[in-house]
Write a protein that binds this ligand. Sequence first.
Ligand code: CTP
Ligand code: MG
Length: 231
Amino acid sequence: MNYTVVLPAAGSGKRMKADKNKLLLELFGKPIFLYTLEVFQQDPNCDAIWLAVKEQERDLIESYVKSYQLTKVQGYATGGTERQDSVRACLEAIPSCGVVLVHDAARPFIDTAVIANLVKTANTSGAAIAAVPVKDTIKKAEKGIISETIDRNQLWMIQTPQAFRYSLILKAAQAAYQDEFIGTDEAMLVERLHHPVAIVESTYENIKMTTPDDLIYGKAILESRLQEEQK
Ligand code: CTP
Ligand code: MG
């Protein structure tokens, strides 16, 4: 089942505390976002890749895309203030398609089997998002005192990719914009239209490179994958 992927890459990476967009930081000599792009370049089911980028970073990102021969990259949209603005700009720029995947450029370790499950589920139900079961006990606190322990069996940590029927996510993104609603993921925009969103179990390796310690974990993941390949 084929799909188009939209990759928001127009953040500034404040929490990474680097002096540039964290996506340009290198892991073993290659910028983070290129690892993400290569997953989709190599997935035979991916028809097209679209990126939301900052205007001032576009030339640099385009030059990497050319030198790494990422031929599936079909276009760029200019990112906005919020991640949601960047995603909407991309959704409005891409040609109409069946299923669209929204995936953080900052999550380079996504598994292609998870992508396939997401696309299949979104094709039948309209919306499907990657998630992993919560490992820790989660409690709610008020002024430093526990007020509630939440049943962990019902809790999921939500990731990207998030897959949708194109017409549904475009409608949801535009409705959120009109209503000045900002969500923390795309699914929230669809949930507020009362459309069901399915969960597809993902992997704990699908981390978002967010804070400096994620770079250490990211390098460890790459090293263990390399060792597997050499076996
Ligand atoms: N992103 C984007 N446009 C924005 C903000 C974020 O395209 N206005 C992208 C980032 O480049 C990243 C993804 O959305 O690939 C997930 O966002 P996040 O991890 O929060 O990245 P940043 O916003 O760059 O980091 P921070 O919040 O620490 O500043
Ligand atoms: Mg951010």
